[in-house]
Design a protein around this ligand. Structure first.
Ligand code: GDP
Length: 427
């Protein structure tokens, strides 16, 4: 059985926590897209961890963690993360890396920085991890797959020369930066080869066997629907698909093997980077939610940047759940809202004088103004509650209101950052 865990919104919904929790009953956890540009924060009995590349299942000794072919694989980042968790007492996890995963090259990171510099105020707010240049090269067919590290030296050197002849023209004439040396790059790739060699695997074949053996497989998404390059707020999106459907491709599984799509949706909104954010709030109101949000505030796991804050957006979340093909919603960080007397929720967008509940294309989204409805708060701390009926009435009303607006069943309510802070609900 394959389950995907994905985000309905802009990312940072708490997917890491839900994956860590569901990994308990899983055999295999796979990252299928994205790279080290975003991070999951996970809190468990070993401590608090920010994972950027490792799947969130690495804390269990019964699971195999896989980096799928769809991932932007930064090899040194992967191994530093591995070292870090092991140094904090986590048993050495079982890791496999797809032989078809592509490698983030040192020049991808440089190009990301140079391009943001060149764009100045018109930049995309990239985390400068090389993700956009990486995926551009993948689809321009000048990327390097892990298996290519194992080619004959002459063939690899020939490819390096071919790729650098293009990169160096851009460095010299567009960015006016130092050129890349082919020998140095070859040596770097040899270092990468040594690091990755013990883990390389024909992942699609491994998963085919696992499916035949009835293993439980989790696909772990990064970011959320609204950052999808096709269905998100283009161009303020990420460079690989954030949708559950892409899990089949980015891992190498049959599309019909994904039976459950758990879409993680958070009880208020936050976003990083530029782009329209209809229910955004500002000033003291935003700062209070930011500081109280998540575990230790809404600040980027990778960059430490303060996140943009907003009220729950039913329009965006309904769309976010629809595009994921949601079977279950995990509604997170509900505990954070316990300080509010009243909780505004965005129930519609007013665009050119008309109200809609359907998420629009980007030019219309830029014009949208939020239609807010205010619900009463519950003014109490709900952490530690384990049964849905034990939640305060106004909290249940908030959850049920959101469920009705988005049209997908909320089967899990998360009321704290820990593994055990979860309320299962049958609907
Ligand atoms: P992800 O990228 O979707 O995994 O999200 P992040 O890890 O960036 O952000 C989620 C943050 O919220 C992390 O710090 C989690 O520990 C925390 N978190 C997750 N679920 C809950 C919850 O139900 N309540 C609280 N207070 N924090 C949560």
């Amino acid at each position: 059985m394959v389950k995907a865990i994905v985000g309905a919104n802009w990312g940072d919904e708490g997917k890491g926590k839900i994956t860590d929790m569901l990994a308990q009953d899983s055999d295999i956890i796979i990252r299928f897209q994205g790279g080290a540009n975003a991070g999951h924060t996970i809190i468990n009995n070993y401590g608090k961890f920010a994972l950027h590349t490792l799947p969130s299942g690495v804390f269990y000794d019964h699971t195999t963690s896989i980096i799928g072919n769809g991932v932007a694989l930064n090899i040194p980042v992967l191994f530093n993360e591995l070292k870090e968790i092991v140094s904090k007492g986590v048993p050495e996890p079982k890791i496999l890396v797809s032989d078809r995963a592509q490698i983030v090259m040192p020049y991808h990171i440089l190009f990301d920085q140079y391009e943001e510099e060149r764009l100045g105020g018109k930049s995309f707010g990239s985390t400068k991890s090389g993700i956009a240049p990486f995926y551009s090269d993948k689809y321009a067919k000048i990327g390097f797959q892990v298996n290519e590290l194992f080619m004959e030296e002459a063939a690899l050197r020939e490819k390096i020369d071919r790729v650098l002849s293009q990169k160096n023209v851009l460095l010299e004439h567009l960015y006016h930066k130092p050129l890349i040396d082919a020998d140095e790059l070859y040596q770097t790739l040899m270092d990468y080869k040594e690091m990755v060699a013990p883990y390389v695997c024909n992942v699609s074949l491994y998963l085919d066997q696992a499916l035949k053996e009835g293993k439980n497989i989790l696909l772990e998404g990064q970011l959320g629907t609204l950052k999808d390059p096709d269905h998100g707020i283009y161009p303020m999106v990420t460079s690989s698909s954030t949708l559950a459907a892409y899990g089949a491709i980015g891992a190498g599984l049959p599309p019909y093997s994904i039976e459950k799509v758990v879409t993680v949706c958070k009880a208020y909104s936050s976003a990083v980077g530029a782009g329209a954010f209809v229910s955004e709030i500002f000033g003291d109101e935003a700062q209070e939610l930011r500081v109280r949000g998540g575990d230790g505030g809404e600040f980027g796991a990778t960059t430490g940047r303060p996140r943009r804050m907003g009220w729950f957006d039913c329009v965006a979340s309904k769309y976010g759940c629809r595009m994921q093909g949601t079977t279950d919603v995990a509604f997170t960080v509900v505990d954070v809202l316990g300080y509010l007397d009243e909780i505004p929720v965005c129930v519609g967008y007013e665009i050119d004088g008309e109200v809609t509940t359907e998420f629009p294309v980007t030019p219309l989204l830029e014009k949208a103004k939020p239609v807010l409805k205010t619900l009463p708060g519950w003014k109490s701390d709900i952490r530690g509650i384990r049964k849905y009926e034990d939640l305060p009435e106004n909290c249940r009303k908030y959850i049920e209101f959101v469920e009705e607006q988005i049209g997908y069943p909320i089967t899990m309510v998360s009321n704290g950052p820990g593994r055990e802070d979860i309320i299962y609900r049958t609907v």
